[in-house]
Structures are given as structure tokens and as C-alpha cells.
Ligand binder design. Structure first.
Ligand code: CUA
Length: 312
């Protein structure tokens, strides 16, 4: 049950976020009442013309009591920090088995691609009860993917992948908005998220036209761009072998260690000089300008598909 003022509660996170919101409201409300009450009390007690003096301040203002409430406030603040922090942490880490859907934003529409190649525009079908991870990018300006019923919102940026995940808990249709001003049609940029029972989602996805073999197209591009010339295991050029790289921790020349996720792979194609792998010469040229957003998705999908071949 939720207050009529609030949007529907249709994801696992939504209930937690509403709980935090209510908690913050109650805590801050109580503090407001306490401070306003004391203010009123002092205004009356120490008003002009009364006999009360600073010497007879109430008992509870003595030093030990003051220390006590300083500590209480500190612990209260730390508790709120912990509460919000753990929620934020959980919201930022998608479960590994999450269904991965790619979203591309452009002025002024949302395009989605499902794992089996099914595509849709200004609509998103998702299965109830399953974790859904969105990997998003923009073709032009900054947009923001916002589904109030799920209590999730994430900026979508050109030249970068951003991620977000949720687990829908109730079937139905929920509004999708763009929450970042992106041009004249910004207010109309939106759509519907449809939460279906998993069986219904499976049959829906199977019924969509299956046009694309993204990893296959990525492999063709990988060859056409000449990537294989250096990155093939047998190549004379000393370049990192990409089999099984996806998801692995990579040590960089500057001492950092990063996970080779989609964003890292994408950046490595566009800005190879930025995150040079330890032990390798910074000789790879940038492919920015040579590949577009769709090509990057194909290439990254291909690299991801090499995951299982690490053992060979
Ligand atoms: Cu897209 Cu506002």
C-alpha cells in the first residue's frame, strides 16, 4: 500500500527507498519540532522584563547533557548515513544473473535492445521478479532514464555507458520519462515500461523480429578494422589478448586495477592511451571517429562473447 501522493510501488528498491524517505521525514520532522519547541520555550521564558537570568538556565543545558545530545546527534547522523549508504550500494550493484538490456537515447526517443535481439522504441518490456540491468548510452545529448514507479533514475550520456538495475515486483504499465532537459521535445520524450509475468515476457521476446546477431557483426567489424592484426594470440605485435578479458580485473600501467566491463572496453577503443594495460606499450591508435555508437555496441558485444573462450 502506498500513499496516493506517491507513484505506484513496482520494484524491490521502491519499497526500500520509500522507507528511507519516510525515515528521513520522521527524523527531520522530530528535530524540527524539538528545535521550534525550544525556541518558543526560550522566547517566553527569557522575554524582556522577566526575572529569569542566564545563571538559572535549565538543568538540561549543563555540560554533560550537552555532550550527551551532541553524541546522540552524531550517532543519529551516522545511522542515517549507513542506512542511505547501504541502499545506495545495493542500488549500484546489479546481481550477476541480471537480464541485460541495452538502451540508446536520442532526441527524442528511447531505443531498447533485448538479449535475444528484440528491439523496441519508447517501450520496455521486462519480466516480473527478475533483475534487469540497463546498459545505456546516448547518441546526442544528455538524457536521463526515469521510472518513478521503480524509484530509479540514471543519466544517459553521449560517449559513455551508464548502468542501472531494478527488479520489478508488480505486473502492469508504468510511465518512463526523460528527466534531463534535452531540447524542445524533452517533455514528450518518454514511453511505457510493461512488467509481464516471466512466461509472458519470454513469449513476447520470442515473437519479436530477430534481426541481429550483434556479436557476429562485431566480429566482422573486428576483422574489418584490423583489430585482429594486433590482438590475435599469434600476432607479432605485443598486444593484450582479448579472449576472456570481459569481466576480468586488469592491472594498468599507472598502478590502478580496473574491471574490464563494457564501459572499460568501450573507453579502450575510443581512448586507448588513457588506460594502458601494465606491461604493454601505448601504441594502439584511437578509433574515435572511425566507429559510431552502433559499431561500439557490436564490438563490445563481440568482446563479451569471447568470455567463455578463456580456457582454451
Ligand atoms: Cu531526453 Cu530530456
Amino acid at each position: 500500500m502506498s500513499l496516493a501522493l506517491w507513484p505506484a510501488t513496482a520494484s524491490e528498491q521502491a519499497a526500500h527507498i520509500d522507507g528511507l524517505f519516510t525515515g528521513l521525514l520522521v527524523v527531520t520532522g522530530l528535530i524540527l519540532l524539538l528545535v521550534a519547541g525550544l525556541l518558543l520555550l526560550f522566547c517566553i521564558r527569557y522575554r524582556r522584563g522577566t526575572q529569569a537570568k542566564r545563571g538559572d538556565l535549565p538543568e538540561f543545558l549543563r555540560r554533560d547533557v550537552e555532550l550527551g545530545w551532541t553524541a546522540a546527534t552524531l550517532f543519529l547522523a551516522l545511522f542515517l548515513f549507513w542506512w542511505a549508504g547501504t541502499l545506495e550500494l545495493r542500488a549500484s550493484m546489479a546481481p550477476p544473473e541480471a537480464l541485460e538490456i541495452h538502451v540508446v537515447a536520442k532526441q527524442w526517443m528511447w531505443k531498447a535492445r533485448h538479449p535475444n535481439g528484440a528491439r523496441e522504441i519508447d517501450a520496455l518490456h521486462v519480466p516480473r521478479g527478475e533483475a534487469v540491468r540497463l546498459v545505456m548510452t546516448s547518441q546526442d545529448v544528455i538524457h536521463s532514464f526515469y521510472v518513478p514507479a521503480f524509484r530509479v533514475k540514471q543519466d544517459v550520456l553521449p560517449g559513455r555507458f551508464t548502468e542501472m538495475w531494478f527488479r520489478p515486483t508488480r505486473t502492469g504499465e508504468y510511465r518512463l520519462f526523460c528527466a534531463e532537459f534535452c531540447g524542445t521535445q524533452h517533455s514528450r520524450m518518454g514511453g511505457m515500461v510493461t512488467v509481464m509475468e516471466p512466461e509472458d515476457y519470454a513469449s513476447w521476446a520470442a515473437a519479436q523480429p530477430q534481426e541481429q546477431d550483434l556479436p557476429g557483426e562485431g566480429e566482422a567489424l573486428f576483422t574489418a578494422l584490423g583489430c585482429a592484426g594486433c590482438h590475435a594470440p599469434a600476432s607479432a605485435v605485443h598486444a593484450p589478448v582479448l579472449q576472456g578479458v570481459y569481466g576480468r580485473m586488469v592491472h594498468l600501467a599507472d598502478g590502478r586495477t580496473v574491471r574490464a566491463d563494457q564501459a572499460y572496453l568501450r573507453d579502450s577503443i575510443l581512448q586507448p592511451q588513457r588506460d594502458v594495460v601494465a606491461g604493454y606499450a601505448p601504441i594502439m591508435p584511437s578509433f574515435a571517429g572511425l566507429v559510431d555508437e552502433a559499431d561500439l555496441q557490436r564490438l563490445v558485444a563481440y568482446l563479451q562473447s569471447l568470455r567463455g573462450e578463456a580456457a582454451r
